[in-house]
Design a protein. Sequence first.
Length: 94
Amino acid sequence: MSPKWSDFAPPPRDLTGDYKWNVFLSYRSVNRPWVLGLYDVLRELGHQVFIDQVVLKAGDPLTRVLEDNLAMLHPLLQMGAEVYKRYRLYDRPL
């Protein structure tokens, strides 16, 4: 049997100290179905994944929750398409 692509995926790093997440998924709503699939795959591979619709609760202060959880991310890798440059969620750079 041929190996699956996931056989080559690195295992998640151990989370120590205040770190809670291996991956923080930020997305535009138009990409939600694809990102939810990515969330499932990453969880299956053992990663602790932040995604808003799993972590956020009704009434949570959005900016504060996002900033607090970004601080618990180890390590931060920001990826995105050119279109993301047009949208600013944060008042300070990541």
